[in-house]
Design a protein around this ligand. Structure first.
Ligand code: HEC
Ligand code: HEC
Ligand code: HEC
Ligand code: HEC
Length: 499
């Protein structure tokens, strides 16, 4: 009863602004002020072209550039360097910034390395997938398998615009649209919401779920146009068994999948990406039909017109148009509620990180002393599961608020798995006469990177050569092809954690 009552309120709150919006759009067209019939190419990657017809949405979209602070997470949480040893994230990992920087940050991070040509570098093409409207454009041109084949640098001169209008809208109708088929396949495999049944309100979340979700690169063999055998790494949502941490863990276990083998503990590891949608649907807002856009893209009024703010960012910066639409509390109370949830998550997350980092180092010691695969296997399985669960719980950044109970539940089970691993490792260490082994000090980023043997300075030097060379060439290539939008980088300054 209560739920349906709340749904009614929520849907009235959503419908009324929509009606107002319809009226204001009509008025605008009648008055010939803005919004002439859009004449935009299919999958036009240059958002400024769309902006000519929808200046309000475009101007607010550009404001995502205001969220430009670089927060070096490895510096704050050096345990992560140990947890991700042998994997890109131990090199460089910053908190998210606005969509304006998505492409820039992907190019600049040490994780994507310093390729010298289209065939080199550590990452596959799939790493572009959630950064740019050039991705659906290129997939339309080349086909999905071709797009997902080869190294990241292969598409450098093609992917030149950050997240934009074409990622979420159809250029003819302006309807919301899912431009990435792997989301449709993921939903259909999971089954609780088939893509064909998605309502308009669902779409207000699904456009975000294209990128804010867990995925892996599924190896897919095929024969190309020239008759040559190729292997693509296709972005795939691991939702066949369901979306919970345990369902996805089982999915990966069943396929013997691992993202990498841990450099110090030799564990076959999983890296959670950002299971934002998966966590969100378990929370009070998701369950009550509230959409991502209700909080992150609220309706705002300006000169008598109502439109959706495209400044996707922190809803607490606009409490009046978000929380207060549905709740009756003061701004201060909302801030305190959200801060309290963040604090509780941080408390458990810190414990989990410390436990897991120690488990890796203790495993390394056991290997060093001559432990056998058979002795190590049960502990390594616990490390794999513990770290996966910790990562799943926190990697989407907003889960502490979107789904506080699920976040704390999964973190609890991560700590438990990590401690189980350490108990098992103590027995192994005791057998090799090292029952009192203490892991080395990993309390700063530098100490931790030294322990795991990461050549930080060399990586930075190579990256700087890349930034001063190939990177600029890519935008030149984009310009020559007529796909690059210089407005998408206006005023962009190089900001990283290492320069
Ligand atoms: C095409 C992929 C893509 C789509 C679609 C997308 N995002 Fe993002 N989002 C990203 C990436 C990538 C980042 C991190 C950017 C960075 O740090 O440079 C990000 C960052 C964010 C942030 C952090 C912003 C900040 O200022 O800290 C929020 C909040 C967010 N997205 C919410 C949403 C919502 C809500 C939607 C749907 C309306 C959405 N995103 C759609 C890829 C996407
Ligand atoms: C991350 C996804 C996303 C991106 C990127 C995006 N939009 Fe939107 N847009 C939305 C959502 C969600 C709505 C709300 C739609 C609804 O409920 O009907 C919306 C609504 C609109 C509307 C309908 C009127 C309104 O304000 O609600 C227009 C016009 C529009 N967007 C234009 C643009 C333009 C122009 C760009 C590029 C500068 C853009 N959008 C980029 C998700 C996006
Ligand atoms: C009921 C309101 C609400 C809804 C609905 C909602 N969010 Fe959030 N979201 C928030 C709040 C509040 C935060 C925390 C903001 C902060 O403290 O930076 C947040 C944080 C985030 C962050 C992390 C931002 C950062 O910089 O760390 C992302 C990403 C995000 N949300 C994406 C989404 C996506 C995707 C959806 C839909 C699947 C969604 N949100 C639905 C309110 C909401
Ligand atoms: C579109 C309507 C809507 C918006 C916007 C909205 N909420 Fe909610 N909120 C709900 C509904 C519906 C529930 C579920 C109520 C219940 O189950 O009792 C809820 C529940 C909550 C809860 C209790 C459940 C939990 O997860 O702890 C908190 C706290 C909350 N909202 C905070 C916020 C904050 C903060 C914002 C703004 C960032 C916000 N809400 C925006 C509709 C909304």
């Amino acid at each position: 009863m209560k739920k349906s009552w709340l749904m009614t309120i929520a849907s009235v709150l959503i419908t009324v602004p929509l009606l107002l919006l319809a009226v204001s759009v009509k008025e605008n067209t009648a008055g010939q002020t803005v919004n002439p019939a859009p004449d935009i190419k299919k999958l036009e990657p240059r958002s400024s072209e769309w902006g000519k017809f929808f200046p309000r949405q475009y101007e607010s979209y550009l404001k995502t550039g205001q969220s430009d602070e670089i927060k070096d997470v490895l510096k704050n949480e050096p345990a992560l360097v140990v947890m991700w040893a042998g994997y890109g994230f131990s090199k460089d990992y910053n908190a998210p910034r606005g969509h304006y920087y998505a492409l820039e940050d992907n190019i600049n991070t040490l994780r994507t390395g310093a390729p010298l040509n289209p065939q080199t570098g550590p990452m596959p093409t799939a790493c572009w997938t959630c950064k740019s409207p050039d991705v659906p454009r290129l997939i339309e041109e080349k086909g999905e398998l071709d797009f997902f084949t080869g190294k990241w640098a292969r598409h450098g001169g093609e992917i030149v615009n950050t997240i934009g209008c074409a990622d979420c809208h159809d250029s003819k109708t302006m309807e919301l649209t899912v431009t990435r088929d792997f989301l449709k396949r993921g939903l259909d495999a999971e089954g609780s919401l088939k893509f064909a049944d998605a309502s308009h309100q669902d779409m207000r979340s699904l456009v975000c779920a294209q990128c804010h979700a867990e995925y892996y690169f599924k190896k897919t063999e095929y024969t190309d146009d020239k008759g040559e055998k190729q292997t693509a790494g296709v972005v795939t949502f691991p939702w066949d068994n369901g979306m919970s941490a345990e369902d996805i863990e089982q999915y990966y276990d069943q396929r013997d999948f691992s993202d990498w083998t841990h450099k110090v503990s030799k564990t076959p590891m999983l890296k959670a990406q950002h299971p934002g949608y998966e966590m969100f649907v378990t929370g009070a807002h998701g369950k009550n039909g509230v959409s991502c856009a209700d909080c992150h893209m609220p309706y705002v009024k300006e000169d008598g017109a109502t439109y959706s703010s495209h400044q996707v960012g922190n809803p607490l910066e606009n409490i009046e148009n978000t929380c207060l639409n549905c709740h009756d509390k003061s701004e201060k109370e909302f801030r305190e509620t959200v801060a309290g949830k963040l604090e509780r998550k941080e408390e458990l997350s810190r414990i989990a990180m410390d436990v897991l980092a120690r488990a890796h180092l203790e495993a390394a010691k056991a290997w060093e002393l001559g432990a056998t695969e058979e002795e190590m296997k049960p502990a390594l399985q616990d490390i794999r599961h513990g770290q996966w669960r910790w990562d799943y719980a926190i990697a989407s950044h907003g889960s502490f608020f979107h789904a506080p109970e699920e976040t704390l539940r999964v973190l609890g089970s991560a700590i438990n798995k990590g401690q189980e691993a350490r108990l098992k490792l103590r027995t192994v260490l005791a057998k090799y006469k090292a029952a009192d082994y203490q892991a080395p000090d990993f309390s700063t980023k530098e100490k931790a990177q030294q322990i795991v043997g990461l050549p930080f300075e060399k990586l930075v030097e190579e990256k700087e050569q890349f930034l001063n060379g190939l990177k600029g060439q890519w935008f030149e290539d984009g310009k020559a092809k007529g796909i690059y939008d210089p407005k998408s980088r206006e005023g962009m300054k190089l900001k990283t954690s290492y320069n």
